[in-house]
Design a protein around this ligand. Structure first.
Ligand SMILES: [Zn+2]
Length: 218
């Protein structure tokens, strides 16, 4: 009982410890993903019983990435070549701050990541992603996209979600690798990646060209 009291006293005085204790009580789950060689090894950590986002993100890394045309994947090659070989992704449904994700600069990582780095001896990065917020995300230009009616399918929605997960992941890796780069530059690159890949997918899948409505002159 003395031990319990000790824990209780510490928790009361440390919000960080309270959070860790809560996560330990609630439990968490991890899945290690080994995607194609041009992506880093990824450990997805998510709350227990909340595996749906992890399944989609794993599929994005293992399968969707490989379906993208080579020139699209090449856009992130220099960034991926400088990325830590192991990246921990803390996956949640939503973020309190309503952001889609964050990179965690060195020194701010979770205990899980610090332990992994110590155990593995390899450079280990960390970021978080909010999968439900990402599913609902529409980058600015996309709200004006003229999509063909055929595109309103489960296949399209599933691809769009997986591509969005990939884009936000690459965005945060870009921040990790180039902390000096401005948000505007990093965001411009990931949004262009997202819209270009989606346009390509629609053209390939439905045989129609599409573009931004505003550019089509309406
Ligand atoms: Zn950013």
């Amino acid at each position: 009982m003395a031990g319990k009291k000790f824990i209780g006293q510490n928790i009361a005085h440390s919000p960080g410890l309270l959070r860790e204790f809560y996560q330990w009580m609630r439990g968490g789950e991890q899945v290690l993903v080994r995607p194609a060689a041009d992506l880093p090894l990824v450990l997805i950590s998510y709350p227990k019983g909340d595996g749906i986002g992890a399944d989609h993100f794993r599929e994005s890394l293992e399968e969707t990435w490989l379906t993208l045309a080579e020139p699209f994947r090449q856009r992130y090659r220099p960034i991926l070549q400088s990325a830590p070989p192991l990246i921990v992704v803390l996956l949640r449904r939503q973020n309190i701050c309503s952001c889609l994700g964050h990179h965690h600069p060195p020194g701010t990582e979770s205990r899980l990541t610090r332990r992994l780095r110590d155990l593995s001896g390899v450079r280990t990065g960390e970021l978080d992603l909010a999968y439900e917020a990402i599913r609902q995300w529409e980058p600015l230009p996309l709200s004006h996209l003229a999509l063909p009616p055929e595109a309103d399918t489960e296949e399209f929605n599933s691809f769009q979600w997986q591509l969005a997960l990939l884009s936000v992941f690459l965005h945060e890796v870009h921040h990790l690798v180039s902390p000096q780069e401005s948000e505007q530059t990093v965001r411009g690159k990931s949004q262009k990646f997202y819209t270009d890949v989606l346009a390509h997918f629609v053209a390939e899948s439905y045989g129609v060209e599409y573009g931004l409505r505003s550019l089509a002159g309406d």
